[in-house]
Design a protein around this ligand. Structure first.
Ligand code: COI
Length: 357
């Protein structure tokens, strides 16, 4: 267990202000009073794990992250149960993925134990910021790492900063989502950074999300870079299709993010009489299946979004199409409830996914 020094804020949020924030947190509007910071100094390794007041840092204007985008992040949640205990969901998976993202971006990998200790330390200190389970609220935890070395040559940085911040959060999407099948943009390609959780992937998605909005959709359905034929993921989430013959189909890993929620739902599928299938699935198969009823339900999944029903598509070739009756389908709702019940300790946790803080 790493030893963290703690410098407490001299200006803690009052109970009244915090309670008002927790009553309607939204997403990313409020932050807990402290943050974890750990620096990596080339040659000397990870140094000085510390908890300091939430607030600005100073960064040299030549810090490599500002110029060449060496940055990665994670997202996980802490849940308050009805007995007031606080639990994390599969934090080990985030710690492992963070190592993979660091390796892809040429950054110093953070030991998984240090990642887990950092998250635990911050949540332990900030327990009062974890909302009650009502309305599916939770504390969204954002570990991230930047290249902090000031140097304008293009190479891997020698110095990095890892930090953890946290924000109380309600549901990321309050309504079911429609997807725009963009002919113009690609999220990822073989050999690219699609499997890494790096900020650049999200920056590159923003213009496509604007295009989706112009076409009446909340998010983008990403297709493969070579042919725009194969489904990859949607918005910032993985995507799943329920078929009429009892399969839960989702695109194989390769150029998509290996979502923790995706992996968890695949493990739960058989408990909902669905056979989990990871395979390439084409846009034509999806849109034909939606029209014929062979694909009666579609949903997106991710830590922030949990399970979000997809109720329609719009594409240049085929125009607007509705999924099923345009409402969240029964399997989508069942799976969503099951996952959320495990996270809040209302259902058995057969795989030992939840970890008490
Ligand atoms: C998450 O679900 O944690 C994500 O990464 C989505 C986030 C970019 C809002």
């Amino acid at each position: 267990m790493a030893q963290f020094s703690i410098t407490r804020t001299t200006n803690p949020t009052s109970d009244a202000v915090r309670n008002a924030a927790l009553a309607d947190p939204g997403f990313g509007h409020y932050y807990v009073d402290h943050q974890v910071v750990i620096d990596y100094v080339g040659g000397d390794g990870w140094q000085d794990p510390r908890i300091i007041p939430m607030g600005e840092w100073s960064l040299h204007p030549a810090a490599a992250t500002l110029h060449y985008g060496q940055e990665i992040f994670e997202g996980l949640k802490a849940y308050r149960r009805d007995d007031d205990s606080i639990w994390l969901f599969r934090p080990d998976r985030n710690a492992a993925r963070f190592v993979g993202s660091a390796q892809r971006m040429g950054m110093a990998p953070l030991p998984e134990d240090l990642f887990l200790d950092s998250v635990n330390e911050l949540v332990t200190l900030e327990k009062s910021w974890v909302p009650v389970s009502e309305n599916e609220q939770s504390l969204y935890i954002r570990p991230f790492m930047i290249a902090s070395e000031p140097y304008l040559g293009v190479r891997e940085a020698n110095n990095y900063r890892f930090a953890v911040i946290a924000t109380p959060a309600g549901p990321y999407y309050s309504e079911p989502v429609k997807l725009w099948i963009t002919p113009n943009y690609t999220r990822s390609a073989p050999g690219g950074t699609g499997t890494a959780k790096c900020g650049g992937n999200y920056a590159a998605s923003l213009v496509a999300t604007q295009e989706a909005a112009e076409n009446g959709c909340g998010q983008v359905l990403w297709t493969d870079g070579a042919e725009h034929k194969w489904v990859e993921e949607c918005g910032t989430m993985n995507i799943m299709f329920v078929t009429a013959d009892g399969e839960l189909v989702t695109p194989s890993l390769g150029t998509i993010l290996a979502g923790v929620t995706r992996e968890s739902i695949l493990s739960l599928a058989t408990m909902h009489d669905l056979k989990p299938v990871e395979r390439p699935i084409s846009i034509d198969e999806v849109l034909d299946g939606v029209d014929s009823g062979q694909i009666p339900e579609v949903f997106a999944c991710g830590t922030a979004a949990v399970v979000t029903p997809i109720v329609g598509f719009n594409s240049p070739g085929r125009g607007v199409q509705q999924v099923g009756d345009g409402q969240p389908g029964p399997k989508t709702q069942e799976i969503r409830k099951h996952l959320v019940d495990i996270q809040y300790g209302r259902a058995e946790d057969p795989f030992g996914w939840t970890k008490r803080v």
